[in-house]
Design a protein around this ligand. Sequence first.
Ligand code: NDP
Ligand code: GDR
Length: 355
Amino acid sequence: MTDKTALITGITGQDGAYLARLLLDKGYRVHGIKRRSSSFNTARIDDIYQDPHDPDPRLTLHYGDLTDATNLIRIVQETRPTEIYNLAAQSHVQVSFETPEYTANSDALGTLRLLEAIRILGLEKTCRFYQASTSELYGLVQQVPQRETTPFYPRSPYAAAKLYAYWITVNYREAYGIHASNGILFNHESPLRGETFVTRKITMAAAAIACGKQDTLFLGNLDARRDWGHAREYVEGMWLMVQQDEGDDYVLATGKTTSVRQFVEWAFADAGIALEWRGSGVDEQGFCKASGALRVAVDPRYFRPTEVDLLIGDPGKAHQKLGWQHRTDVRELVREMVTADLALIRGGGGAGPAA
Ligand code: NDP
Ligand code: GDR
C-alpha cells in the first residue's frame, strides 16, 4: 500500500482503464471522473469497480466534465490527489473537424481548468500532473523519426487543441513550479480501443466477416502510416514520468511504422481471410476485392480534410531516462486484437482491462 492518491480524468476510456488497474495494483487510492451518459459508459472498468457503499473504497468515480471548471475544482478539492492524470479528451481526429469548438473546449481549455484547479487550491507543490499529449502534434512531416525536439505542425482541430494543452502544461511547470509532464504518445491500441479508431474498426470487421456477420469493411486512407504500440505498456510510461524528480516531456513510441493497408492484411490473415488487392489496392469505384467477394472498400467519407501521412517516433529519451521500452510488436498487437474480437463476436465475453 501507498499513501498516494491519483485522480484520472478519462478513466472510462482505453488508457484510463489500463492506468486505473496499474495504479490500483501499485496500492494507490484512485479517483476517476466519468461523464453523465444516458447509457452505461463504464464497461471498460466494470471489473475493477467497487461498491460505493464500501466504507473504504480504493476506486471512486465522480461525475464531471472537462468543460465545467467549478466541478473540476470541487473534485480536486475533495479528493486531494497527489497525482492527476489528464486523459480525458474528445480524442477522435476526424470528429474534431465536425466539432472543433467543443474539441478545443474540452481538450485545450479543459487542461487549463485542471491546472488552474491545482493553483487555486494551492496544490502546486503536492500534486503532480500528467498531460496526455500526442504524436498528432507533429502533423505535417518535418523530420523522421519524430522526437521531443521535432517541430510541431498540427493538422486538425484536435491537434491544435492538444498543442495548446501541451504548451500550457509546460508554462505552468515553468511559471508555478508544478511537477507537470507531457507524454507525447504515439498511437497505442488494445482490445479495449474505441471501435471507431482504425485498428479496432479493422479487427472487429475481420472477426465479423470471418463469422459471416458482416460483408464489407469501409475505410478511408489506406496509405497512412502509424507507429502502433500496446496501450497497457504506454500507461506504464505515464506513471514513470510522474515518478521522476522533475516534470519533463517524453515521446513514447515503438520506432516502427506500419501502413493501414498492412494492418488490414495482417488482421484478415489472423481471422483466416485471404485478401487480394487489385492494382493499387482500389478499383475505379474505390473498391478492393478479396477472395472473389467484396471485403474491403474505400469510402471517401473517411478521408480527412488534412491528413497526417507518416508517424514514426524515437523513444530514445524515455528509454534512457525512464527505462521505458515497448514490449509488444505491432504484429503481435494485431493478433491479440483479432483474437479478442473473434472471442467477442462468438459470444466469448467482452474484453476487460486484463485482456
Ligand atoms: P478514449 O477516447 O478511449 O477515452 C477518452 C476519455 O475521455 C473517455 O473516458 C471519455 O469519456 C472522456 N471524455 C471525453 N470528453 C470528455 C469531457 N469533456 N469531460 C470529461 N471526460 C471526457 O481515449 P484514449 O484512452 O485512447 O486516450 C486517452 C488520452 O490520450 C486522450 O486525451 C487522447 O487524446 C490521448 N492520446 C491517445 C492516444 C492513443 O493512441 N490512444 C495517443 C496519444 C494521445 P466517455 O467514455 O464518456 O466518452
Ligand atoms: P489517429 O487514429 O487519427 O492516428 O488518432 P485513427 O485510428 O482514427 O486513424 C489512423 C489513420 O487511419 C486512417 N484511416 C481511418 N481512420 C479511421 N478512424 N477510420 C477509418 O475508416 C479509416 N480509414 C483510414 C486515418 O485517416 C489515419 O491516417 C489516434 C487517436 O487516438 C488520437 O487521440 C491520438 O492522439 C493519436 O492516435 C496519436
